[in-house]
Design a protein around this ligand. Structure first.
Ligand code: S3P
Length: 436
C-alpha cells in the first residue's frame, strides 16, 4: 500500500508525457511506409513498448538511441517474413492487438497473437466481425458469446475486400483496424460511427500522404493507397494524461499552472468543454495547428458545479470519465454521465472500480439504466465530507491515477495498492505527484 499525501497550491509550468494513441500509430505507419521517419517526442511506456516489440519481431529496423526520438526505416506494406508463422505478444495493450490485427490480416504469413492476463479478458469480436467481412481469417478463444486472445490470424493474399461498415459502438481501435486492413484491399471502404471517436488514424493517414475523407462520423477511404513517410513526426503531450493534472488543479486550493504542448484534438478533449460548463477556469493559449493541434493549457483552482453529460459526448472523453467523476465528487450538485457502458470493457470494469473507490472515500455514486435507450448512466453526488480510504488500482492505470488525485485533493491520508500499472501510459506520474 502506498500512502497518498495532500496536495495544494500547485504553481509553475509542467511538461507531460507524449500521446500514447498517436505514438502507437506513428510506429505502425512509419514501419509500413516508404522512406525513413524520425518520430520526435515518442512516448516510452509499457503499451508502446508492446507495439515496438511486435514491429521489431516483424523485421522493422528501429533506432532508439536518441531517447524520445526514434528513427524507423519503413519496409513497405508487406513484412519480409519468410517463416510460415510469427508469434507476437501485445502485453496489456488493447490498441496494439486491435490495430495491428488489421495490418496482420493482409500479410502472407500466419500470426499467433498473444496477450497478458488483463488483455486476455478483453473482447475481440468487435474487430473480428468487420475484418472477417473483409476476407480475413481470425480465430481466438470463444467464451460467453465473444472471442478473447490469443488470436490466430491466417495470412491472406493477394487482397482483402473493402467494406461498408456501420459500427455498433464508437471505437477508434476498431475503426483503425478496418482502416489499416483497407491498405491491403481494393475499392472503397466506408465506416459509420454512432458518434465520432478519436481520429488520430485518419489524421496520420493524411500526414502520410493518403486521401481519406471524414465528415462527422462517416469515413471514406479508397483502399490500396500507399503511405509515404512525412520524414518527421512530432508527437504532442497526451490529453488523457493532462486530464489528471487539469482536474487536480481545479479541485485543489490556490493552484495556477500551465501544461505545455497538450494535444487538443477535439475528438479527444471533450472533457475541456464539460469542465468549462462546470465553471472551470481553463484557458487555451499558444495554439499550434499542426496535423494534430496542440496548445498550452492554463488551469486555475475553481469552484465546480454539477452538469449533465450526454452519451454523444462520451466517445471524445472515453478515457477521462473516471477523472471527471473525481471532479464531480468535488462539485456542487449531482453530475450525470450518460452512455458509460463501454467503460465496463476497458483494462478493468471502470464503472465498478470508480464506484468502489469513490464510495470508499464517502461519495454517493451509482448507476441507473435509462428506460428509453437502455444506456447506462453514472450519477455522482457532490460530496462535502470526504473520508480516509484504502483504494484499489484494480490493476488499471487510469483507475490508479484517478484515485490518487482524489486522495491527494481530499487530503484524507488515503492509500492505494498495486500502482505499477501506471507504467502502462504514464511512467513519470508518481514522481510528478511526489514532487508536488
Ligand atoms: C484508443 C481508443 C480507445 C481508448 C484507448 C485508446 C486508441 O478505445 O479507450 O485507451 O488509441 O485508439 P476504444 O477504441 O475501444 O474506444
Amino acid at each position: 500500500m502506498m500512502t497518498i499525501k495532500k496536495i495544494n497550491k500547485i504553481k509553475g509550468t509542467f511538461s507531460l508525457p507524449s500521446d500514447k494513441s498517436i505514438s502507437h500509430r506513428a510506429l505502425m505507419l512509419s514501419s509500413i511506409a516508404g522512406g525513413k521517419t524520425s518520430i520526435d517526442n515518442f512516448l516510452h511506456c509499457d503499451d508502446t513498448a508492446a507495439t515496438l516489440n511486435c514491429l521489431l519481431k516483424l523485421g522493422i529496423a528501429v533506432n532508439t538511441s536518441g531517447g524520445s526520438s526514434l528513427i524507423i526505416e519503413g519496409k513497405g506494406l508487406r513484412f519480409k517474413i519468410t517463416k510460415p508463422e510469427v508469434r507476437l505478444n501485445a502485453g496489456e495493450s488493447g490498441t496494439t492487438m486491435r490495430i495491428l490485427s488489421g495490418l496482420l490480416c493482409g500479410q502472407s504469413f500466419n500470426t499467433h497473437f498473444q496477450a497478458s492476463e488483463g488483455l486476455s479478458r478483453r473482447p475481440m469480436q468487435r474487430i473480428i466481425t468487420p475484418l472477417t467481412r473483409m476476407g480475413a481469417v481470425i480465430s481466438g478463444t470463444e467464451a460467453s458469446g465473444n472471442v478473447y486472445p490469443p488470436l490466430y490470424i491466417r495470412g491472406h493474399q493477394p487482397l482483402l475486400r473493402p467494406i461498408d461498415y456501420v459500427m455498433p459502438v464508437a471505437s477508434a481501435q476498431v475503426k483503425s483496424a478496418i482502416l489499416f486492413a483497407s491498405l491491403y484491399a481494393q475499392g472503397m471502404t466506408t465506416i459509420k460511427e454512432p458518434s465520432p471517436s478519436r481520429d488520430h488514424t485518419e489524421r496520420m493517414f493524411t500526414l502520410f500522404g493518403m486521401n481519406i475523407s471524414a465528415h462527422k462520423s462517416l469515413i471514406s477511404f479508397e483502399c490500396g493507397q500507399r503511405p509515404v513517410s512525412p520524414e518527421k513526426i512530432f508527437i504532442p503531450a497526451d490529453f488523457s494524461s493532462a486530464a489528471f493534472f487539469i482536474v487536480l488543479g481545479l479541485i485543489t486550493e490556490d493552484s495556477q499552472f500551465t501544461l505545455k504542448n497538450i494535444n487538443i484534438n477535439p475528438t479527444r478533449s471533450a472533457l475541456l468543454q464539460v469542465l468549462k460548463r462546470m465553471g472551470a477556469d481553463i484557458r487555451i493559449i499558444n495554439e499550434n495547428k499542426a496535423y494534430e493541434p496542440y496548445a498550452d493549457i492554463v488551469v486555475k483552482s475553481s469552484a465546480l458545479r454539477a452538469t449533465e453529460i450526454t452519451s454523444e459526448e462520451v466517445p471524445a472523453m472515453i478515457d477521462e470519465v473516471q477523472i471527471l467523476s473525481v471532479a464531480a465528487a468535488f462539485a456542487k450538485g449531482n453530475t450525470a454521465i450518460s452512455g458509460v457502458e463501454e467503460l465496463r470493457v476497458k483494462e478493468t470494469d471502470r464503472i465498478e472500480a470508480t464506484i468502489k473507490n469513490l464510495s470508499a472515500a464517502g461519495v454517493t455514486i451509482y448507476t441507473e439504466k435509462e428506460t428509453l435507450t437502455g444506456k447506462e448512466k453514472l450519477i455522482i453526488q457532490g460530496c462535502s465530507k470526504f473520508r480516509k480510504a484504502a483504494f484499489s488500482s484494480f490493476n488499471d492505470h487510469r483507475t490508479a491515477m484517478s484515485a490518487i488525485i482524489q486522495g491527494a485533493a481530499s487530503g484524507k491520508e488515503c492509500a492505494i495498492d498495486n500502482c505499477e500499472c501506471i507504467n502502462k501510459s504514464f511512467p513519470q506520474f508518481l514522481q510528478m505527484i511526489d514532487s508536488l
